[in-house]
Design a protein around this ligand. Structure first.
Ligand code: NI
Length: 170
């Protein structure tokens, strides 16, 4: 296993549409997922998308720690979603306080859908699907955006609360 270098905003791989994973159950993809999980933990992130470590592939890893659960939401152990599909369920939105390992130190309020339906393959190449709410829905939408070359500043509607994490916006 290895901790990989995380690319920062401005690197071209972060700003392009990533390619589908052709062999989701290959040893190479399993190895990549393991390294991405280790990198995510090392950086104390909730999620990490393959473009952030320089691989323009449609795959991300994430977890939902119990400390981030809202309204009885269940914690989710670290896992991968490969070739994911996301669809909003309803039009209702929520405001999420987001950061990104590719934009260190900053936070902003970002509108996201409250509920999303997700599907894809997990770290074992098995099909998974479900409906996510709360922080789970937030992290899925943030990581999915990375696969389309979108970083959260492009989603900000209210820039008055775009700030360094160790400052307190008014
Ligand atoms: Ni990010």
């Amino acid at each position: 296993m290895a901790v990989l270098k995380i690319l920062r905003m401005g690197h071209p791989v972060l700003h392009r549409i990533a390619d589908s994973v052709v062999a989701p159950d290959s040893p190479e993809v399993r190895h990549l997922v393991r390294d991405m999980l280790e990198t995510m933990h090392d950086a104390r992130g909730a999620g990490l998308a393959a473009p952030q470590i320089g691989q323009a592939l449609r795959l991300f890893v994430y977890h939902v720690p119990s400390s981030r659960c809202q309204d009885g939401e269940a914690a989710i152990e670290p896992c991968a979603l490969i070739n994911p599909v996301l669809m909003p369920v309803g039009e209702e939105q929520m405001v999420c306080r987001e950061g990104c390992l590719s934009i260190p130190g900053l936070r902003a309020d970002v509108p996201r859908y409250k509920r999303v339906r997700y599907s894809g393959l997990n770290e074992n190449g098995m099909a998974v699907s479900g409906i996510a709410t709360g922080f789970h829905a937030n992290v899925l939408q943030h990581e999915y955006d990375h696969l389309d070359g979108i970083l959260y500043p492009e989603r900000i509607k209210d820039f008055t609360r775009f700030a360094f994490q160790d400052e307190t916006p008014a």
